[in-house]
Unconditional design. Structure first.
Length: 433
C-alpha cells in the first residue's frame, strides 16, 4: 500500500502559508496551500489528502466549520486546527464537532509542528491500512463462505453418489449371496437324492466340524468354509456306483478302492468351479489325508494338511464309527489312530465337542445302522441298504422289514460265503451316558 504524503494548509494569511511551506520544504511531504476555504475544497477535490491543517480565524468561515465539512466529505483525512493561545473554546469545538485530531497553537514550535504532522500522516496511513485489511478480510470471508457452500454442495452430491453406489453394491452382494445359498441348497439336494445316508452323514460332519472350528478359535470366515466343506465333503461320491457307495470300505476290491479314492478330487472339481467356494473345494480335496502322510490324494503330512481338512477328517471318522458303535467306543477307536491319521490337539477338541453335544447329536430314540452277519438277523429288523448279489442284482430292497422267508433267501443266496457277508439293518441306538 502506497503512503499518502499530501498535506494541505489553509490560512487567510499568505505569510503564514509561506513560512509553513518553507518549514516543510525538506520533509518528505507534498505540501499544498490554500488561502481560503473555497480554494481548500478545490484542492481537496483533486486528490486524496492525508492531513488538512486549517487556521481557526478566517474571514468567511471558521476553521472548525471548514474542518466539519472536510470530515463530511473526506472522513479519513486527518484534521488539525491551528489557533491562537486564547482560543480554547475554538479548540474544544474543533475537537468535538469537526473530529480534529489535535490542535497547534500559534506561534508554533517548528519541531513540534513537523512532528505533529508526521504523526497525523501516519495515523491516516494506519486508518487506511486498517480499512484495507478489513475490506480484504471481509472479501476473503465472503469467498471462503462461497467456497464452503460449494464444497458442501459437492460433498452432498458425492455423498448421495456414494450412498447410491453402496446400495448397488449391497444389492449385488445380496444377489450373489442368494445365488451361493441357492447353489449350496442344490448341492445338498443332489447329495440327498443320490443317498440319504451320505446326506445325513454330511449334515452331522458339518455340525461337528464347525463346532470344532469354533473351539479352535478360527475366524468367522474359516468356520463357515469348514461348515460348508463338511456339508459337501463327499459330493464327489455321487458319481460312484451303488456297489462302491454302499459297501463298507474294508469290503471293496482294489479296483473299487481306487475308484472310491477319486471322490475327494472329484468333489474339488465340482465345487472348485464356483469362485466363492474355492477355499471350500481345497478342504474337500484333502479330507482323506492322514497326519502321517499315508492318506490320499496328495499324501500330505502334518500341518501341511489344511486345518479345516484335518477337522473334517476327524469329524467324518467319528460320524462313521458312531453309526455302529457307542460314543465311547468310537472315541477309543479314533484314539488308536491319533498320531497316525489324526493330530492329538484336534482329537482333544473333538472330545470336547462330542461331550458338549452328545445329547443333541445322539438321542436315545435314534435308529442306528448295524452291519450284522446273516446268522444274527431276526424277523422284524428293517433293511437299511439294498442287499445286492455278487452279480449286481438287488435281492432285498432298502426299508424292507425282514421276515423268516427273507432270512432264508439270504442264507441260500450267500450260502458259499455267508460268514463273510454283513447285512445292513436299522437298530435302535443303545442309550449311553
Ligand atoms: Fe469322504
Ligand atoms: Fe465322509
Amino acid at each position: 500500500m502506497n503512503i499518502n504524503k499530501n498535506i494541505l494548509f489553509v490560512d487567510d494569511e499568505v505569510n503564514i502559508l509561506k513560512s509553513l511551506k518553507r518549514l516543510f520544504m525538506d520533509e518528505d511531504f507534498n505540501v499544498y496551500t490554500a488561502s481560503s476555504a473555497k480554494e481548500g475544497f478545490e484542492i481537496l477535490s483533486e486528490d486524496e489528502f492525508a492531513v488538512v491543517v486549517s487556521d481557526q480565524r478566517m474571514p468567511e468561515i471558521t476553521g472548525t466549520e471548514f474542518l466539519m465539512k472536510v470530515r463530511e466529505l473526506y472522513p479519513d483525512t486527518v484534521r488539525i486546527i491551528l489557533t491562537g493561545y486564547a482560543d480554547i473554546n475554538a479548540v474544544i469545538n474543533a475537537i468535538n464537532e469537526a473530529g480534529a485530531y489535535r490542535y497547534i497553537t500559534k506561534p508554533w514550535n517548528d519541531i513540534e509542528i513537523v512532528q505533529s504532522i508526521k504523526e497525523a500522516a501516519y495515523r491516516y496511513h494506519l486508518t487506511k491500512e486498517n480499512k484495507y485489511l478489513n475490506e480484504l478480510t471481509k472479501k476473503q470471508n465472503e469467498e471462503l463462505q462461497k467456497w464452503s457452500k460449494e464444497l458442501e454442495y459437492y460433498v452432498q452430491i458425492h455423498t448421495i453418489d456414494i450412498a447410491k453406489r453402496d446400495k448397488e453394491i449391497k444389492k449385488l452382494k445380496d444377489k450373489l449371496n442368494t445365488i451361493s445359498t441357492n447353489l449350496l441348497a442344490s448341492f445338498e439336494k443332489l447329495i440327498f437324492l443320490r443317498s440319504t445316508n451320505i446326506a445325513a452323514h454330511s449334515e452331522r460332519v458339518a455340525f461337528i466340524s464347525s463346532e470344532m472350528a469354533k473351539k479352535n478359535s478360527l475366524s468367522e470366515e474359516d468356520i463357515e468354509s469348514i461348515r460348508v466343506a463338511g456339508l459337501l465333503h463327499d459330493i464327489g461320491k455321487i458319481g460312484l456306483s451303488d456297489i462302491i457307495l454302499f459297501k463298507d470300505l474294508e469290503e471293496l476290491s482294489t479296483e473299487e478302492k481306487n475308484q472310491y479314492k477319486t471322490h475327494p478330487t472329484n468333489g474339488q472339481l465340482i465345487i472348485g468351479q464356483i469362485e466363492d467356494l474355492n477355499k471350500v473345494s481345497i478342504l474337500i480335496r484333502h479330507h482323506h489325508e492322514n497326519f502321517d502322510g499315508s492318506g490320499f490324494p496328495d499324501k500330505l503330512k502334518g500341518d501341511a494338511i489344511p486345518i479345516g481338512a484335518r477337522i473334517i477328517s476327524l469329524a467324518d471318522r467319528f460320524e462313521r464309527y458312531s453309526r455302529y458303535n457307542e460314543i465311547d467306543d468310537s472315541m477309543k477307536k479314533i484314539w488308536l489312530s491319533v498320531g497316525k491319521d489324526f493330530d492329538k490337539e484336534l482329537f482333544q477338541v473333538l472330545e470336547k465337542v462330542i461331550f458338549e453335544h452328545k445329547h443333541h447329536l445322539f438321542s436315545s430314540e435314534d435308529l442306528i445302522e448295524a452291519a450284522l452277519p446273516i446268522k444274527d438277523l431276526m424277523p422284524g429288523f428293517v433293511i437299511s441298504r439294498d442287499v445286492i448279489s455278487s452279480s449286481g442284482l438287488i435281492i432285498i430292497k432298502k426299508d424292507t422289514t425282514l421276515t423268516e422267508k427273507h432270512i432264508e433267501l439270504l442264507s441260500n443266496s450267500f450260502y458259499d460265503d455267508a460268514s463273510k457277508i454283513s447285512i445292513h439293518v436299522y437298530k435302535k441306538r443303545a442309550k449311553w451316558q
